[in-house]
Ligand binder design. Structure first.
Ligand SMILES: *Cc1c(COP(=O)(O)O)cnc(C)c1O
Length: 429
C-alpha cells in the first residue's frame, strides 16, 4: 500500500486522514510518512546488500531532525554539504564514523569542526581544498581521510541545473588534475587518500551514466594503486530517481545489478548517498485554495496559500509535481505527465499558483483538475525531498510546519514560523 492513498474520497497518509491533520495545523503543511521513509531506505539497502553498502542519507534533501533520526536509528550514515548539516546530523544521533562531507567550498572553520568530530571522510573537490584539509589536520594533530570527488565529464541526462558531473560544472576534480594530486600525495602528511567519490547529478533515470562514470574511474583506480595509493572506498553518490508522474521508473536493483560488478572488480567498500530516493515520495505539501480567478482571455488560476517560498522546485527547475484535491470523488489518474493534462469532461484546466509577487510562482501550468472552491485542500505530491529544505521566508511569509505520520499517529516535527520568528535576530536601530 502506498503511504499516500485515497479511501472514501479523502486522502490519507498511512492511517491518518490528511484533512484531520490540517484541521489542527492549518496550511501550508508538509506531511511525511515515517514508514515510507523506512521502506525506501531498506529497498536500497537490500539492493546493495551483497556488498554491504554504507548508506549515507543526503541531509540536504530533507534535514528535519526527526527525519534524520529515523534514518540514524535504522543504521544510516549521513552525507553533509555544510557545517550546519553536520551539526544537524550529529544532533539527530548520526554516528560521526558514518558521516561524509562533500561540497566545493568547505571553509577552514567547517573543516576544523568536522575534524573535531572525527567524521568518516571528506569528499575533496579541489587541490586548494586538500591543502586546507591537510593544514587543518596538522593543526589538530590528526589524519584526515579523504575521497577524491571525480568529475568524470558524464552527461547524467537530467535538468541543466541539476547535473553535476560535466566538465563545465563546478563540482569535483577532473581526471588530469586528480592524477597530479596522486603524484603529490606524499606531500599531504596529514591526509590519507582512501576513496574515490562521484556524484553525477539528480534525478537520474537510467543506470547508464553511473556505468559510464565507473568505466572511467576503473582506469583511474588502477593508476592510484600503481602509484601506491590504497583506495578502499568507492562512493557512488546519489541521484537515484523517483517517479514524479506515476510512471514506472527504474528500481534500486536495476542500478545495483549494473553498478556492483564495478565495485567488486575494484575490491572496494561501497558508499552511497541517496536523498531524493528516500524522502521524495515520502512527503507531500498540502495547501488551501484562497481564490479562483479567471481573466478575460479565458485563463483560469487557482491561487493557493503555498508558494515558491514553500516549494521552490517548479520555479527553479521547471519541476513537475502531481497536484490533486485532498477531498474529491474524482480518482487521481494513475499517471500524469506535463503532456497528458488535457481538459476532460468535468475538469478545469488551470494554472495553480501561489501568492508570491513573482511570475515564476507557479506550481502547475494548464493542469486538469476537478473544479475546486475557496478553502478546498490540494495535495502537492513528491514534495518530501528538496521541499522544506529549500524553503525561505521570501515575501515575509513564515515557513510552513512539518508533520510526521507513523501509522495512525502524527506529530509536529517543526512548528510553523510566526511573525515574531520572521524578525528574530534583527535589530531595530
Ligand atoms: C545532493 C547530493 C546527493 C543526493 O542526491 P539525491 O538526488 O537526492 O539522491 C548526494 N551526494 C552529493 C554530493 C550531493 O550533493
Amino acid at each position: 500500500m502506498d503511504a499516500f492513498h485515497y479511501d472514501g474520497n479523502t486522502l490519507y497518509c498511512e492511517r491518518v486522514k490528511i484533512k484531520d491533520i490540517v484541521s489542527e495545523t492549518g496550511t501550508p503543511v508538509y506531511i511525511y510518512s515515517k514508514n515510507a521513509i523506512l521502506t525506501r531506505f531498506n529497498e536500497l539497502k537490500t539492493a546493495f546488500q551483497e556488498v554491504d553498502a554504507t548508506i549515507c542519507f543526503s541531509v540536504k534533501s530533507n534535514s528535519n531532525l526527526s527525519v534524520c533520526k529515523i534514518l540514524a536509528d535504522e543504521g544510516s550514515g549521513f552525507d553533509v554539504v555544510s557545517g550546519g548539516e553536520l551539526f544537524r546530523a550529529l544532533k539527530a544521533g548520526g554516528k560521526p564514523s558514518k558521516i561524509v562531507f562533500a561540497g566545493v567550498g568547505k571553509t577552514d572553520k567547517e573543516i576544523q569542526y568536522a575534524l573535531e568530530n572525527d567524521i568518516f571522510m571528506f569528499n575533496v573537490e579541489s587541490i586548494a581544498e586538500i591543502e586546507h584539509i591537510n593544514a587543518a589536520a596538522c593543526r589538530a594533530g590528526k589524519t584526515a581521510k579523504v575521497a577524491l570527488r571525480i568529475n568524470p565529464d558524464i552527461d547524467a541526462k537530467t535538468h541543466a541545473k541539476t547535473t553535476t558531473g560535466k566538465k563545465e560544472n563546478k563540482f569535483g576534480i577532473d581526471l588530469i588534475v586528480a592524477e597530479t594530486i596522486i603524484e603529490k600525495a606524499k606531500a599531504y602528511t596529514n591526509v590519507t587518500i582512501c576513496g574515490i567519490h562521484v556524484h553525477l547529478g539528480s534525478p537520474i533515470y537510467s543506470a547508464d551514466p553511473y556505468v559510464n562514470a565507473l568505466k572511467k574511474i576503473t582506469m583511474f583506480m588502477e593508476k592510484c594503486r600503481n602509484a601506491g595509493i590504497n583506495i578502499q572506498y568507492l562512493n557512488i553518490g546519489g541521484g537515484y530517481c523517483i517517479s514524479y508522474t506515476g510512471e514506472k521508473v527504474i528500481e534500486p536493483k536495476d542500478y545495483s545489478t549494473q553498478i556492483l560488478p564495478f565495485a567488486k572488480e575494484m575490491k572496494c567498500r561501497v558508499i552511497m548517498e541517496p536523498g531524493r530516493f528516500i524522502t521524495g515520495n515520502s512527503g507531500i505539501l498540502v495547501t488551501s485554495v484562497i481564490y479562483n480567478k479567471q481573466n478575460s482571455h479565458g485563463k483560469k488560476f487557482v491561487i493557493c496559500d503555498a508558494a515558491m517560498n514553500d516549494l521552490l522546485r517548479p520555479a527553479l527547475y521547471d519541476a513537475f509535481h502531481r497536484i490533486w484535491p485532498v477531498n474529491t470523488s474524482v480518482a487521481m489518474p494513475d499517471v500524469e505527465t506535463p503532456d497528458t493534462s488535457v481538459a476532460k469532461q468535468g475538469m478545469d484546466l488551470v494554472d495553480i499558483v501561489g501568492p508570491v509577487c513573482e511570475s515564476s510562482d507557479v506550481f502547475a501550468k494548464d493542469r486538469a483538475i476537478p473544479p475546486v472552491n475557496e478553502g478546498d485542500l490540494l495535495a502537492i505530491f513528491s514534495a518530501g525531498a528538496y521541499g522544506f529544505t529549500m524553503s525561505s521566508s521570501y515575501n515575509s511569509r513564515p515557513r510552513s510546519c512539518e508533520i510526521l505520520v507513523d501509522r495512525d499517529k502524527y506529530i509536529v516535527i517543526r512548528k510553523r514560523e510566526t511573525y515574531e520568528d520572521l524578525i528574530a535576530g534583527e535589530e531595530l536601530v
